[in-house]
Design a protein around this ligand. Sequence first.
Ligand code: EPZ
Length: 443
Amino acid sequence: MDAIEIEGGLPLSGEVSVSGSKNAALPMIAASLLAPGRSVFQEVPDLADIRTLGRLLGHMGAKVGRGDGSEPISPSLPPPPRGEPIPVGQPASRTFHVDASNLEKAEAPYELVKTMRASVLVLGPLVARFGRARVSLPGGCAIGARPIDQHLKGLEALGAQITLEGGYVIATAKRLKGATILFDLPTVTGTENLMMAAALADGKTVLENCAREPEIIALGEQLRAMGANITGEGTPLITIEGVDELKPANATVIPDRIEAGTLLCAVAIAGGDVLVKRAPVQHLEAALAKLREAGTSFTSESGGLRVRAPARPDAVDVITAPYPGYPTDLQAQLMALLSVAKGASRVVETVFENRFMHVNELQRLGADISVDGHTAVVKGVPRLSGAQVMATDLRASASLVLAGLRAEGKTTVSRVYHLDRGYEGLEKKLTSLGARVRRVPGN
Ligand code: EPZ
């Protein structure tokens, strides 16, 4: 398992570019299952999760590959054992293509789903197009139980029969039928799954209490380009008039607002002056407001956002919430910053029940954080000192790398396969900004 070593104390400078959004690319690629034919996606980041979805589609019989088609992702390859590094040579081409003309299996096996719960996004498209699907239940993960009851309730409302057998969801339907579905709570992939399923259902579907993330807007645009009759994505009310068939559509993936927010937090914690290119400012309002409150300053420049940080941030209180609230996916990164702030901050995590796994590791670097249920109180300390720490989940691993940028001496973050799931060469991007960061290949 690879580790990342950081020599802290160096401010960042220069410019860095944001990659395509993992959480937009995943549902858009899953949507290609809805139609026979070849879809080509630009700006698809080279991430472990994208490769996993590529393997899953390949396992079902889709033709999947990168670049001009000369680098097919072998469908037969099982996912790498946990911890196998993504080759960090030349990143693969950012062009990703899928041809879902001849699918042989409408199933997502456990060994793939357990490494990436977003695999559940194939459920809606498979039932909609083929009338059946066998998808492994994702199981819990480090940050919480993360059930899919809302996905299944929605599919049942559309007329699917759902049974659970041996850890798998078996869904069947002659043809899905439009219905009105009220989500108990805003769920991002739940909304996405039902948008895709309803696109081919017979009649009108109304989805209420939908999640509003930018990635949902991107999926709505992709479905419309495929011929779907859908309105309201990005609002709590989405209406879909089902059609009989869809066609493939090419698309360019939007920039990743969470990677961008992570880079902004990196400058805030390390200090310095950086131009973050392709930062989707319009998708980062809550994060920008919070970082400004903490003393970071931003100026829009042609092609990007210039970030400048004070020597020491101010303490701020933050509550995570569904979009457009402060993103839960940037909670750990902000907590790293607040651990060296002037004063005490309250961090309330309302989306997931166990998303404070980074706290114990930040404490190993000298942070003073106490957790009581969903609330963490972060008492800012003047300095952190380097140590060995362990990544537990994707955004926690980013938080530890950021803390290492500030900590005096050397910080080693182990199990960085978590990082590789959602960041395309983060250590290379930070190094290009003057940080002293290197990947230590695992044994
Ligand atoms: C998406 O996960 C993102 N992943 C997550 O990003 C993100 O943290 C999350 O949305 C919240 O913004 C992708 O888009 C691939 P949810 P998702 O369904 O869809 C509960 C990252 O770091 N819930 O919006 O799985 C659930 O337990 C990842 O990139 C149910 O109870 O999240 C959670 O508490 C991590 N029943 C809350 O809703 C359901 O059927 C929000 O979950 C579905 C969800």
